[in-house]
Design a protein around this ligand. Sequence first.
Ligand SMILES: [Mn+2]
Length: 345
Amino acid sequence: MSIDLTRSAAFSAGFIEWLRGKSPILIVTHDHPDPDALATAYALRHLILMKTGQSAVIAFDGMIGRSENRAMVRELEIETVALGTLDLDEFAVVCMVDAQPGTGNTSLPATCRVDLVIDHHPLREATGACRWVDVRPEYGAAASILFEYLLAHDLIIATRLATSLFYAIKSETQSLGREWGPADRDAYRSLLPLCNNRILYRITHPSLPQGYFARVNTALESARIYDDALIFDLGEVDQPEIVAEMADFLLRAEGVETVLGMAECDGEGVLSLRTSDFSVNAGVLIQQVVAGAGSAGGHNLVAGGQLPGFPAAPAGRAALKAGLVQRFLAALGKEALPPRPLLPE
Ligand SMILES: [Mn+2]
């Protein structure tokens, strides 16, 4: 173990003492939470319960769409509630994990006070107004931060908790292949022997609905390649996570280094950006693509964005999408290139 737990020990001891006796407690993740968001919330609830005896509610807006993530919640029995069903004024403490207040990927109203933020995305200025802030952009997964808190408090990490944290780090960093740091590697190695392998296998190999294969088909058929950049469009989808999943998939196409995926979900545009080119910063590039028409953010190699109020009329949609494509290609210096399809015509 090479990690220094000093920071984690001091920070977690501080907020635990602060929230002792304050209840009820809310833990919010970003909308449509991924394994990292879910495991971080789950571990934070466990930490608070073990240290103070107080329970907390985990809530988010949107849905868990991806089959692997649904299997994770089912297999590990992670209890959550819909954010929209809660009276936010009732909560004495509001915690946010794997996200920061005011970002486009959380539906928590901007007027709602957030007391504690634990995240690994680049620090936002507004987050500085929160009472407790532990933001570590050098970490591949927020779950690795929670692992350190549990370790610092000498808590036993039982099978289900270990499996959820391990799966979070595994999926978020693609098994320590992307955007990981030394802390993620330490957590991953420490958690592996504590996991239930059969549960892990059921999470990573869920059965997939027919609609999933239809999305794969749309992604492949719509994919257009401009030199080493690929763009695909899923059209209307019922869950936004599929865009990121297909972006990861298509990034594996030979010769492709950067992928932009788009779709519409519930009247909102959904963007996902992936790159394996270290001279491209996905988080910066997606801001240029969105260009004020929505919100976006991300890390060096992975980013996402939302465009609220996606035009309902076909012509409006086409114009908006053409603008996104044009700005993406221009930012990469590829706007003059003719596209070629991924699949032979
Ligand atoms: Mn995360």
